[in-house]
Design a protein around this ligand. Sequence first.
Ligand SMILES: *Cc1c(COP(=O)(O)O)cnc(C)c1O
Length: 412
Amino acid sequence: MAEEGFTTRILHADRRAGTEHGAVHKPIHTSSQYAYTDARELAAVFQGKPGFSYARQGTPTTAALESKLTQMEGARASIVFATGMAALMAMFSTLLKAGDQVISSRYLFGNTASLYGTLQQLGIEVTLVDATDTQAVAAAVTHRTRIIFVESIANPGTQIADLVGIGELAKRKGLLYVIDSTLTSPYLLQAKDVGAGLVMHSLSKHIAGHAQGLGGVLIDTGLFDWSTYDNILPTYRKGDSAGWGLTQIKKKGLRDMGATLAAEPAHRIAVGAETLSLRLEKACQNALMLAEHLASHPAVKTVYYPGLTSHPQHVRAAELFGNRFGTLLSFEPQPQIDCFDLLNDLRVVILATHVGDTRTLALPVAHTIYHEMGPAMRLEMSISDHLIRVSVGIEDPQDLRNDFDQAFAKLT
Ligand SMILES: *Cc1c(COP(=O)(O)O)cnc(C)c1O
């Protein structure tokens, strides 16, 4: 039989892995601990045999979600966390030590940029580069570089890093390549195809999809050779080296740090994930429609959306993401329009942070998610004071167009 498609595999994953009473969803396991009748078996689980002990390290419900996410990326294994930020902190803090260097795209989600401040205080060097250009990344590599980190589509500027070029560079230099693929999701990008060793997603966004639960994941694609990674502790250098990286992250980053995904949100995320492809097809179409509409509107100065031919990485995005360009756009209205007044006149679009919801959301970037960063850093990241970020949902397209039109009409 031919290999099944993306959505079929997600829909049937729980049932095929085996569930009680023929349930089509993995049940929500709320037990904090898992008991054994044989003490030797209990000890074996502590010593690495697959199984459950204490729910901080996972439950059958989170394991079912992990297995689904691994399948979605065509990868080797996954670990879920309470939030996307918890996944990022667990990854950086357990794979790096003082004196190491991370090279990162400077076009970043605001909290990741803020997290870098914490890493720097711990003695980890963070070098921000223009990752749309592999030469800029290559020029920053030193003998202390351990990780290259980029976002697949940068939040909120929509810059597209040279994902393929950086993958080749990382391979040549033997560096771990980590992609935050939150804005693409496994439906638009299989991060393995561009050479990523680890993929991170905020599950709170497209994968959950309905703004109904927070979560994060780190997925090992199986491409990186962990036996070459200096920072794996001696206790985790055992057995098949393919598992070393995630084992260290799970023990040090999940068990010790404790940002565990609870079973209830894990279940909601898993159910949301079933319709990922449907939601993304629709939301990407809506986003392209809205980006084109805004770009042709006299009240709008600039629109940033990879689907527009004016976007500097339009061709790259088309090749990488199969002619779908994501659900996030940002724009600057003409200078005489106050971005607060414009936002206040929207009736369908919700004024809220978050991305990847079924509903369309908008917010003034510099004054909210990038406020704490200050003007100098905003300038470096190309965030203007008037920039509005729109996360496009699955509403009927004419309602989105009409909503912006009526808001502009009130102001001009
Ligand atoms: C939201 C987001 C995160 C953080 O995820 P949370 O689940 O909110 O902690 C990280 N990266 C990107 C690109 C995001 O959009």
